[in-house]
Every structure is written in structure tokens, then in C-alpha cells.
Design a protein around this ligand. Structure first.
Ligand code: AMP
Length: 396
């Protein structure tokens, strides 16, 4: 793997694609800086060697060019605090100001460019735009795992302008190594936990995992499509009606491969999609009309926890219920606690990004599992066996 360990950055200007797409509150305070801290080792190695660092990122999904709400200027202070030095900011990611500021950057200094997505060329993967960015640095480093599944100008297209000077940063290398460890070097028993709203988003991954896992746990909204497909009544719970055949097919495949597939047997039901709704417990296949399942029930929590705690490798993607509401977060919390216990017992535990990472952070357990990925979609696609454009661009 071509990593920054193969380069001495003394006197060089490293153009680093990071993923600083951090959540901000109404006052522009960063509510979770995990993606920023995750990029620090790469930045610090380059600075320590006497290189200069030019950082580029996107933030949010700006629709019509520059928008104050999505300006990366909001992260400059926090980044300066994290690095212990003042970070320079260019109000435009290309153009004269960026060129001048990049040119005047001294060894040991850091420049952050304004949001790449203020140009529609970024997401379009425009070559001319990528070339303008490329002019700012001598070496290209990709450390943005969260966007590695996108063939954008700064994540993939730009690499062609650095044929002999393109490398993975430490975050990217770590993410890939951990994903590989789970996919191709998992100690057994290997348990995958799948949750979240829709089975349709995760079919390909589930099918691939059936080739590898000993236990497959399915919870969250997607479980009700399985319950309904097997003849259950699920009230107003989430249902993907057109995916019922597929659910039955996955159950058949699991059986044929000898995979122990666990579905929720009981469910926390609510009379409304609301934290203050009236709640109760019901069998997952016998939910009353007008009620909906919003979390796994106590019997299921215990059954899932037992399997997880006995595992040597755990991959978790997707919450067990509507964990954003306190009334329905107990299933996700129980699974998180079980993953922590498995980690304490010596298991390697990988948490997929997105909502599972948010859930683990909500419970304050981020540091108690083996690895929390910074990539939601990127990790899913990598695990499905797809070649990520951001990875391919460095490798080829
Ligand atoms: P995903 O993006 O597919 O991983 O889904 C995550 C979302 O699924 C979270 O926002 C959860 O609130 C939601 N979710 C999980 N379980 C349920 C459920 N039983 N009913 C409705 N939404 C759910």
C-alpha cells in the first residue's frame, strides 16, 4: 500500500484531501470532531518532517455555490486548537488567493481551503477543476475515507496529476487495513450485526457476509420486512413490501450455508413515532394494528448480547431501533454494551460509520471498541467488494 510512510516531506507541500464534514450546531460549534481528530496523525507526521500542509474538504451539501452555513471557516479555530498552531484559511479553494497562500506557506504551516463543494465541478469530477487544485501542492495525500466511494475531483480525479507522488494517509490506510482484517482475516466466531431502516440498502453486504460469518444478527426497521415475509403481522412498522421475497431468499441462503441468523423475537411497540408515545412489548410477528415496532424487545436484547459477547470478530452496521429517541434506544445500547464486552474479551470489533458510529458516540463508548470507522457508505461499498474510486486512484 502506498502510504505517506514512504515519503519524507521535508520542504514539500502536501495537498491532503481530508473529510472534515463534521456536524455543526446552530451556533457553528462542532458537535462531533471525530473526523478531524482522525486526520491529525497524517497532518502531524508531515509537519514534523518539515513539510507544509494544504487541507481540502467538503462540508455539508451546499446547493448553490458559496453559503456561509457551509463555510469551512467555522472549523478553523477548532483545528488550530487541535494542532496547537494557527491554521491559515483561503476563502476560495481555487483562484489567486489560494495560489498565493499556498505559495507563501512555510514548512510547518497549515492552510485550509474553503469548501470544495462550493464548486459543482467537485462532485462532477471535473478534470480542469482537479488540475487547478493540483497546482497548489507537490504531493497528493488522500485521507478522506468517508468520501472514498465517490469519484469526485478532489478524491479521485486529482490523483492523475501526481503520477509519482500520491499516497494514502494514515486514516485511510488504517480504515482499509481494519476492513480487510474483518473481511479476510476474521477470527471466529465472526458475528455481523445489521440494523437500520432499510434492508434494500444492505442486501449486497448481507449476501456477501453470508459467505463469511458464523452469526448474522438482523435488527432495526429492516427486521419487520423479514417478520412480515414469514407470515407475521407487523402493524404500522417499517415494511419494504417489495423486498419480502428477497428476505425469504436471504433466510434460505443463511440456512444452506449454516449461518446462524438471528431476528428479533420481541419488539418495543409504540402507538406513534414519538418519544412520548404510549409503548409496550409485543412478539415481532404479532404487532397490533395501528402500533409500530421501534426497537428490539428485552428477550431479543439478551439473545443478541449473548451471541455478540461470545464472538471473536464483530462487525456492526446500523442501529437496532430509533436510538435518536430515548424511549427506543435500549436495544442499540444493549448491543453497544455487548460489543464493548466482546472487545474486553479480546474480540476485534469494527463499528461501521454513520448511524452506528453516532450511536456508539451517544453512549460514550467510542473508545471502548476496537475501531469506529469514519466511513458510512464508503465502508459498506468496500465491504460489498466494490473498488472505491478514491482507493483505485492512488493504487493505479
Ligand atoms: P440506516 O441509515 O439505514 O442505517 O438507518 C438508520 C435509521 O434507522 C436511524 O435513524 C433509526 O432511527 C432508523 N430506525 C431504526 N430502527 C427503526 C424502526 N424500527 N423504525 C423506524 N426507523 C428505525
Amino acid at each position: 500500500m502506498k502510504t505517506i510512510d514512504q515519503v519524507n516531506f521535508s520542504g514539500k507541500k502536501a495537498l491532503i484531501r481530508v473529510d472534515f464534514n463534521v456536524p455543526l450546531d446552530a451556533d457553528f460549534n462542532i458537535t462531533d470532531d471525530n473526523r478531524m481528530t482522525a486526520a491529525l496523525p497524517t497532518i502531524q507526521k508531515i509537519l514534523k518532517e518539515g513539510g507544509a500542509v494544504i487541507l481540502m474538504s467538503h462540508l455539508g451539501r451546499p446547493k448553490d455555490g458559496p453559503t456561509d452555513k457551509y463555510s469551512l471557516k467555522h472549523v478553523v479555530k477548532h483545528l488550530s486548537d487541535l494542532l496547537g498552531q494557527q491554521v491559515e484559511f483561503a476563502n476560495d479553494c481555487i483562484g489567486q488567493e489560494a495560489i498565493d497562500k499556498a505559495k507563501n506557506l512555510h514548512p510547518g504551516e497549515v492552510l485550509l481551503l474553503e469548501n470544495l463543494r462550493f464548486y459543482k465541478e467537485e462532485e462532477k469530477g471535473d478534470t480542469a477543476f482537479a488540475e487547478k487544485l493540483a497546482q497548489l501542492g507537490d504531493v497528493y495525500v488522500n485521507d478522506a475515507f468517508g468520501t472514498a466511494h465517490r469519484a469526485h475531483a478532489s478524491t479521485a480525479i486529482i490523483a492523475q496529476f501526481f503520477p509519482n507522488a500520491k499516497y494514502f494517509g494514515y486514516l485511510m490506510a488504517g480504515e482499509l487495513a481494519n476492513a480487510e482484517k474483518v473481511l479476510n482475516g476474521a477470527a471466529k466466531p465472526f458475528t455481523a450485526i445489521m440494523g437500520g431502516a432499510k434492508v434494500s440498502d444492505k442486501i449486497e453486504l448481507i449476501e456477501r457476509l453470508l459467505e463469511k460469518v458464523d452469526n448474522l444478527i438482523i435488527g432495526g426497521g429492516m427486521a419487520y420486512t423479514f417478520a412480515k415475509a414469514q407470515g407475521g403481522t407487523i402493524g404500522k412498522s417499517l415494511l419494504e413490501a417489495d423486498k419480502q421475497d428477497l428476505a425469504l431468499n436471504l433466510l434460505e441462503k443463511a440456512k444452506a450455508k449454516g449461518v446462524n441468523l438471528l431476528l428479533p423475537t420481541d419488539t418495543i411497540i409504540a402507538d406513534d413515532f414519538n418519544n412520548d408515545a404510549k409503548t409496550g412489548v409485543a412478539p415481532t410477528d404479532n404487532i397490533p394494528d395501528d402500533w409500530q415496532g421501534l426497537d428490539i424487545g428485552p428477550e431479543t436484547r439478551a439473545a443478541f448480547a449473548k451471541v455478540i459477547e461470545e464472538s471473536k470478530t464483530v462487525l456492526w452496521n446500523g442501529p437496532m431501533g430509533v436510538f435518536e429517541m430515548e424511549s427506543f434506544d435500549k436495544g442499540t445500547k444493549a448491543v453497544a454494551d455487548a460489543v464493548v464486552k466482546a472487545t474486553q474479551n479480546g474480540a476485534f470489533t469494527l463499528i461501521g460509520g454513520g448511524d452506528s458510529a453516532a450511536a456508539v458516540a451517544k453512549f460514550g463508548l467510542t473508545n471502548d471498541v476496537s475501531y469506529v470507522s469514519t466511513g458510512g457508505g464508503a465502508l459498506l461499498e468496500y465491504m460489498e467488494g466494490k473498488e472505491l474510486p478514491g482507493v483505485k486512484a492512488i493504487n493505479e
